[in-house]
Design a protein around this ligand. Structure first.
Ligand code: SF4
Length: 290
């Protein structure tokens, strides 16, 4: 990457006629799970994912805007966004001006977005780029979060990225939405075998504590059965019994209407009841984010 390239991207990113909503790879959100401002880094502008969750909000009928992640542009967008937040610019923006006190501190930078972040071929380089911004902008306290479906945590390239994250306040949020293979196929509709997901979660959680994130919902008006919830708790117990460290379980539900109209949200009391059952059966810390 040449200096010329850096300057030209930086100039485009800094252009005041260009609003941050026009950024390609970076976007701000106030996240309850992050307890404040999270800056999302979308490594899948092409919308590629190896899951096809029934609750996914990404509309894949419309193709992604770009197919490649330009690391130079991503770095400049991230730097500009961090500075915009710290300088108080974000606090004045619609959507953010109701909670201005939450917008100045970056709680985390999260690999998330329109697909599975670990599907990118140079994942570890993407992590290094984010770490560079984290260090240059004095964000040592901000976490670097990977929100993942866990399908590729066994890849050497991904493991390399995870090691870099470990050294820089990293945190992995691994998806587990089911207890049985059958329900996994119904909800996540992936060709990746359920056994592989479980193995990857275990191997990853043996190296460092992870957060398990689970989206529970209603399918054709029916919540997950009691037997499925029991099987799910069994999976969590298996993970911890085999040496996997789970610092917390995040339970959440459908937040917005999804392309699949039969996938709908759970009500707060329903999520609370499930969270209590999981606490009882696994002794893990469980938080809900309705
Ligand atoms: S893993 Fe995430 S991006 Fe992929 S289909 Fe599921 S919800 Fe959508």
């Amino acid at each position: 990457m040449s200096d010329g390239e850096i300057k030209s991207t930086w100039a485009a990113v800094q252009d005041h006629t260009r609003h941050f909503s026009d950024f390609t790879f970076v976007y701000p959100v106030i996240s309850r799970r992050s307890k404040g401002l999270s800056i999302g880094v979308n490594l899948n502008p092409d919308k590629v994912c190896n899951f096809d969750c029934i609750y996914c909000e990404v509309d894949r009928r419309i193709p992604g805007a770009v197919t490649e992640v330009d690391l130079c542009q991503m770095k400049d967008e991230l730097t500009a966004m961090v500075r915009f937040a710290k300088d108080g610019g974000l606090a004045k923006e619609p959507k953010f001006n109701e909670v201005p006190w939450l917008t100045r501190e970056v709680k985390d930078i999260a690999f998330s977005g329109d697909g599975e972040p670990t599907m990118i071929r140079n994942f570890s380089e993407c992590v290094e780029t984010v770490v560079e911004v984290q260090q240059l902008e004095g964000l040592d306290k901000a976490k670097i979060v990977l929100i993942t479906d866990a399908s590729r945590l066994d890849k050497t390239e991904v493991k390399r990225g995870l090691e870099t994250m470990d050294a820089h306040n990293g945190e992995i949020w691994g998806k587990l939405d089911a207890g049985t293979d059958e329900y996994y196929r119904e909800i996540n509709r992936s060709n990746v075998r359920f056994e592989r997901i479980l193995k990857n979660l275990l191997e990853t959680a043996r190296v460092r504590p992870i957060i398990v994130q689970s989206l529970f919902l209603k399918v054709h008006g029916e919540a997950m059965s009691a037997a499925e919830l029991e099987a799910y708790c069994g999976r969590l117990r298996d993970l911890t019994a085999a040496g996997g460290q789970i610092s917390e379980v995040h339970l959440y539900t459908v937040a917005r209407p999804t392309p699949e109209a039969f996938a709908t949200k759970l009500e707060v009391p329903e999520l609370e009841t499930m969270a209590s059952a999981i606490r009882e059966q696994t002794e893990l810390k469980v938080s809900i984010f309705p």
